[in-house]
Design a protein around this ligand. Structure first.
Ligand SMILES: [Ca+2]
Ligand SMILES: [Ca+2]
Ligand SMILES: [Ca+2]
Length: 226
């Protein structure tokens, strides 16, 4: 292949490739609805957590069991995505025992059925720490029953996601998990975002026309040199 044609073709193919674009795949502050959520959990007033960025409502899960039933976020991506992140606020409500007598009490996240996060929370010791956590409130009773409560911002990486359906599950577990109004959790301000690869999108007609014209031009160059 003549070098001119080769270079021109490669340049045009590069120009036609759809660049990855930042995209928000899910966002919900639960002030109006629980759209996108299924499984366990319900909209509830955020009570004293409203002073810590939770607004008027959050999505609460007070399930029993080990593991307790999941709150499930369903996603459907039109294109593959890279560098996907999951950010949310977590209210660990009431007597999470952690390293106390009646723990452990884990909060967990699953992506497509695989556990990607598991952390033991304890209201009787000190706030949980980690690069993924920033503490919003720890100690005072701000919601539900008289036990102290804790709130965090949580930032997790989900990596690359293929086009199609995905599930993110939020649930509690642990030998000490008691559930109900003794210990429960709520999520809020859930945002899933990343770079949309644009895979599966067809080039726009204008681009195709330009590409065809350029190929014709390249062919003319090749013929003139033959
Ligand atoms: Ca809210
Ligand atoms: Ca409480
Ligand atoms: Ca417990």
């Amino acid at each position: 292949m003549p070098r001119l044609l080769s270079n021109l073709t490669l340049a045009l193919l590069a120009a036609l490739a759809v660049p990855a674009q930042a995209a928000v795949f899910y966002s919900n502050d639960f002030e109006a609805s629980a759209a996108g959520m299924s499984g366990a959990g319900f909209l509830a007033g955020s009570q004293g957590f409203s002073a810590y960025g939770f607004g008027s409502q959050y999505f609460r899960n007070s399930s029993f069991g080990n593991p307790a039933a999941s709150s499930v976020l369903g996603l459907s991506l039109g294109s593959a995505a890279t560098a996907v992140t999951l950010n949310f606020d977590l209210a660990a409500i009431d007597s999470w025992d952690g390293f106390n007598c009646c723990g452990p009490d884990f909060f967990n996240v699953k992506l497509d059925g695989t556990t990607i996060y598991s952390k033991n929370f304890d209201i009787f010791g000190s706030p949980s720490t980690g690069p993924e956590l920033s503490n919003l409130v720890y100690g005072p009773n701000v919601a539900v029953a008289g036990w102290g409560d804790q709130g965090y911002k949580v930032a997790l990486s989900l990596g690359n996601l293929s086009a199609g359906a995905h599930t993110i599950e939020f649930f509690a577990s642990g030998a000490g998990w008691q559930g109900g109004d003794d210990e429960s959790f709520a999520i809020d301000n859930v945002v899933v975002e990343g770079d949309s690869a644009g895979g599966g999108q067809l080039p726009e007609p204008a681009s195709l026309a330009l590409f065809s014209l350029a190929l014709l031009g390249a062919g003319a160059v090749r013929r003139s040199r033959a």
